[in-house]
Each structure stands twice: as C-alpha cells, then as structure tokens.
Design a protein around this ligand. Structure first.
Ligand code: SF4
Length: 456
C-alpha cells in the first residue's frame, strides 16, 4: 500500500518528500481520498506538520499516526472512506480522521470506534491538535526549518490552486454547502503569491479549483487589494501572465464566462472549460435547483467556440435524477449531440444522506438509470472519438507527465490530469522529462486518447 493510495484524483505518482527522517523524528502518514479540493487540504496539513518538525511517512509501518482525509460526498465515497479508515487501522492502528466524512463524527466512530479523533473539513487546527495529542512533536532547532516550499501530493510539474472554499448554491443533490459552508474567496493577491511561488518551484501547469470558480470574489464584492481584483476574469489574466499553463475547473455558465474566452483565444489561459452542466432539460435543472439553470447553454457554447475554435469543454452529468422522464433524458441526448462536448463524465443518480433530492417524488428505477447511463456514454464516446480524429495531422504542444521504457505519457491543452485522456509518444521519446512542454504531430486517435511524435 502506497501513501497516498492509488485512488483518483491522486493516482499516486510517488509523492515527493524531500528529506529522510532523522532518528527519533515523529512520522505521520497521510491517506488522501476524494476530489482535488481535498487533496489541497491534505497538502496544507502536511505542510504545517512538516513546519513543526514532523516527517512524512510514505508507508503505514513507518508512521506514528496516520491521518485519513475522507470524502463524504456520495454514499459510495463514504463507503470507500470507511474502508480506507479500516485499512489504516488494521495496518497501523493509530488513526485520525478528517475531511468531509468528519462532518459526521458519529458515523465514523460508530463504524470504527478505534479511531483516535475525528475532525471535519477545513479544521486544520483541530487536525494538528489531534496529531500533537497522538504523537507529540519533537522539534530540533538545529535541523527543523520552515520548509521553503509547501508539501504537494501532485507531481512536481503541476499543482492545484484553490481560490475559494464553500458554495452559495443549494443544488438539491449536493451537501457540499452543508459540509463546507458558504463561499469564502481568498484574496487575489494571496492566490497570485501562491501561484508565483509554485511557478518558481518548477510548476508548469496550474489548475484553478473551487466549488464554483465563476463565483470567485462574489463574497468579497470583487474587492481589489494590492493591485489585484478578486474576479475570475482578472485572476485568470493575472495567472496567465506567469508563464505556466492555467486550467480552469468548475466554471458555471454565467454570462461573464464569455469574458474568459478571449483570454483563451489569446493563449493566456488554456482553451479548456470544465463546466459541470449536470443536465440539459430545463425542468430537470429546475428540480436540481442548479445555478444558471435558465442559461441558453447551446447558444453560449456556439458563441464560445466561435471566439475560440480550439476550446475543449469537459462536463459531468447526472442521469436518472428523480422525476427524469424519457423525454427529458432524450432532450439531454439531443443536447449532447448538438453541444459536441469534448470530455464527458456521467453518474447515475444516487441518494446522498442529507440531500434534499432524496425526498423528491418519482425516483427512477435502477435498471432505467443504468440503461440511460449506457446510452449517454455511447453517444459521448462517439463524440469524443470523432473530435479526437479531427486532431490527427495537427501540430500541438503537449506537457510530459511521465516517461518509462515504453514511451512518454503526455497531455494536450485539452486534457486535465487524471480525468481526461492522454497523448502517448511511443517512439523518439528518449530524453523527454516530466514537466517538459514539447510540440508533437498527432498521428493517431482512439476513443479517448491520442498518439503522436515529437517534431521539436
Ligand atoms: S454549485 Fe451545487 S453542486 Fe456545486 S458545490 Fe454548490 S451546491 Fe454543490
């Protein structure tokens, strides 16, 4: 078992812990589950512990205590989190639980009474206190220094940049606002300072994350501080000037998203929009209480592509939402056909404990949900295949993620790590290194991936 575990989104390229522990140095293990936002929380906790003189153990056996940062979004994620806690208890025995599932301490301690402490999401102080109680720090003033760089669980060349926490919406299938509270945006100058530091450390790609990226700064009235305005358009432009790839995740199709498209056309920000549409039928969207439910999304998409023809759009959808009729689902399929989205994920609706959607009438039977999911994925795959085939023969820049004896695994500007496809280089890859950005000619396309050769 490696640490963090081999689970998405942190498919565990070996984490980098720069220094070997000194004798007697307390060592903490970390298992990080869930979304990139949770991964950023894990990084913050480890950074703080490192600064206090703890070493980070890459395995269970070497750890004096193991922190399990859990995900509690879907029931399946909860089950996975409980399983990870059980594994950490069996392998190490001294376990502190934090993260989304920590918002329900009785649920955790009911299943695993042996855990030492349970703290909720963003309770950094409480996690650190629990670590102090379980494994006191043993500072060595001659050796311990504030780490010059924070601890990151991603490979050296890309990093997640969290710009805000929480969400002001009340989508009925979602309990994130209950778990994480209302929107709280970081000041733009603080985000930029972090981004500058990451780029100085060698990061070549910044992935902007939040629950609702387009709402960035709404809570602080888009305040300007130290010359930087807390608005996503300004922030994207500022980030785009740092010389790294900038990728925007979790953007809602509000009208001001239009202002981001010229930045993509100019090459300041990657031509990539990750927009969780979730559905297309206005009635389903209304029952979901989605933000921007009334937006004329097909018109918007056409306008974005007109202004930035290279734009890739990724999205996620829920099929089988309570009350979804065959006609609503068919509307979604027709919408997808017209929208021609590049990258698509699809979930069959699942009740989440505490979510308002559970009480809606007309839940869709499991076999219909599955059948709709299969029809949806078949169409999404055909669209992906056709859109990738159209890229054969083009010369494009790719970022190298990994190189081994078989070849180089890279990504195009249209692919985010872990969730999208890859571009593989099978020949002439010797000498390439992770983080390098090289030009390739695309010579083959599959359902989700591309193949190419370097032309630099
Ligand atoms: S926008 Fe909706 S789905 Fe997204 S975090 Fe907020 S409430 Fe949840």
């Amino acid at each position: 078992m490696t640490n963090p575990p081999n689970l998405r989104p942190d498919l565990a390229p070996a984490p980098r812990f720069d220094t070997a522990p000194r004798p007697g140095q307390p060592r903490v293990g970390m298992v990080s589950l869930g979304c990139p936002k949770a991964l950023v929380d894990s990084e913050r906790i480890l950074t703080r512990l490192r600064a206090e003189g703890y070493a980070i153990s890459p395995d269970y056996q070497g750890a004096g205590v193991v922190i399990v940062n859990t995900c509690g979004f879907l029931d399946s994620a909860k089950a996975e989190s409980l399983e990870a806690i059980g594994e950490a208890l069996a392998e190490n025995g001294r376990v502190i639980v934090t993260g989304c599932l920590g918002a329900e301490p009785e649920y955790v301690s009911g299943a695993h009474p042996g855990v030492l402490a349970v703290t909720g999401p963003h309770q950094y102080e409480a996690v650190i206190d629990a670590v102090h109680a379980a494994l006191p720090p043993a500072p060595d003033p001659f050796v311990d220094l504030m780490p010059a760089s924070s601890v990151r669980l991603t490979p050296r060349h890309f990093a997640y940049l969290k710009i805000s926490e929480g969400c002001n919406h009340h989508c009925r299938f979602c309990i994130i606002p209950d778990l994480r509270g209302r929107l709280v945006s970081r000041p733009a100058h603080a985000v930029l300072r972090e981004a500058e530091r990451l780029v100085a450390e060698g990061v070549r790609e910044l992935m902007v994350i939040s629950q609702d990226t387009s709402a960035y700064g709404v809570d602080i009235r888009h305040a300007e501080d130290r010359g930087h305005r807390a608005h996503i358009t300004d922030l994207a432009r500022d980030l785009g000037s740092l010389g790294a790839w900038v990728r925007l995740h979790y953007v809602y199709p509000y009208p001001h998203v239009r202002e981001l498209i010229p930045l993509m056309a100019e090459g300041l920000v990657l031509p990539y929009l990750d927009i969780p549409f979730q559905h297309a039928h206005p009635d389903t969207l209304r029952r979901m209480a989605r933000p921007a439910a009334a937006a004329r999304t097909l018109d918007e998409i056409a306008a974005w592509r007109r202004d930035c023809p290279d734009l890739a759009i990724r999205s996620t959808f829920i099929v089988g939402y309570p009350g979804e009729t065959e006609a609503e689902f068919q509307h979604l399929l027709d919408w997808l056909e017209e929208a021609q989205l590049d990258r698509v994920g699809c979930f069959q609706y699942e009740n989440v404990a505490g979510a308002a959607a559970n009480d809606l009438p007309d839940h869709v039977p499991a076999e219909i949900k599955h059948e709709r999911w299969a029809r949806f994925m078949e169409k999404a795959q055909a669209i992906s295949e056709a859109r990738l085939a159209a890229k054969v023969g083009r010369r494009i820049e790719v970022i190298v993620d990994a190189v081994d004896a078989e070849g180089a695994t890279c990504r195009t500007m249209w692919d985010a790590p872990e969730i999208d496809g890859n571009l593989f280089i099978d020949e002439g890859f010797e000498g390439l290194e992770p983080g390098q950005i090289v030009t390739v000619e695309v010579d083959e396309a599959g359902e989700y991936d591309l193949w190419g050769r370097c032309v630099d």
